[in-house]
Design a protein. Sequence first.
Length: 469
Amino acid sequence: MSRIEAPRSEDAVATGSLTDRLLSGLPAEAVLTDPEVTTSYANDMASFCPAGSPAVVVLPRTVEQVQHVMRTATELRVPVVPQGARSGLSGAANATDGCIVLSLTKMDRILEISPVDRIAVVEPGVINATLSRAVEEHGLYYPPDPSSWEMCTIGGNIGTGSGGLCCVKYGVTAEYVLGLDVVLADGRLLSTGRRTAKGVAGYDLTRLFVGSEGSLGIVVRAVLALRPKPPQQLVLAAEFPSAAAACDAVCRIMEGGHVPSLLELMDRTTVKAVNDLARMDLPETTEALLLAAFDTPDPAADLAAVGALCEAAGATEVVPAEDAAESEMLLKARRLSLTALEAVKGTTMIDDVCVPRSQLAAMLEGVERIAEKYDLTIGVCAHAGDGNTHPTVCFDAADPDESRRARESFDEIMALGLQLGGTITGEHGVGVLKKEWLAREIGPVGVEMQRAVKQAFDPLGILNPGKVL
């Protein structure tokens, strides 16, 4: 059996037969077969990731319906590709030929919010921003905040192990997933983890599913940890004459024991792109713009201390926001970075290399050399506080030579990240885009062990085949 593509009998999975079997346990409106409709579910937002043609798209609303889909898929040996909002950037949600696309967007209920236990229980289709606003009404806070938080789903966040702007203080999605209900490949329902503040019973299967990109099971319910709502954060913007100086400031801030709620970097290419797109009047004379935020009881004092460190590192100007409105404007600029860079040439490849903070300057300087080598525009925005960089290659997809150079530069950036002691992905996942690089990072023994885990949960290889490994 191939570990890349699930085996299937062409006779057994003729579209009519497959559809009939699915409809025996699903309402008609949950099963989509019109090719013009199913094609729209073929891929996520990643470039250079092949996508096949799904045989059918299923939009379940209940756990039992998901179980029916997986039992049918197992019996007929049909691959299943789980999807959320398809805002991912690694091809993890891309369809394979003849597969069932299992879109979980209709399972969008917030089942429980408990201020005492500080947990939320949600279905996978809940939008990140929707959950954040709902818990805020109870004086609580769900920290993971990917840049796509207004559209991405909690299930997708769990599948890719996503991060966000606040990771430097609050951590990534994995740190907030306490327990899961997961439909396995054969349709059985597995409950993992807990809803208690503590718990160490058995192997931590919950963490195993977080970041598995739907290759081990289908998450149908999640117990998420919440925090008390913090005070309103204030943001500081610091201009630097070089990326190296900005990275020096990052190191000084972290070494000094400061705990910002956000520490983000935008290089000059990104700043210019945001200005061109949104006319935000960011300072284009800067080589790097550093945004720092604090949500402490006295954020102004913390910003003053960090501002002094920025000046000591060579900042040419340090401007603390006076209020929440100014702070939000600066954060809006950062959130627009990837959209703005896409507008430069029409297509982007967004890398996701994370390096030790001490190597951040070397990473940015290396990316600049790679951009010059391949004669490409590569903008960098970064979650600088945790070393997670997003070098974004801008190119014209209609130009074959430029597309080739874009792909080669992308790979060279990943190689640079590994050389600096980093990882090929900090929060976007492996998917199709980086699975060859995963093997380079974890080595042959690591690959063997991960394949053994995959085999244990998905012996027929029907769950999201061709992804991760």
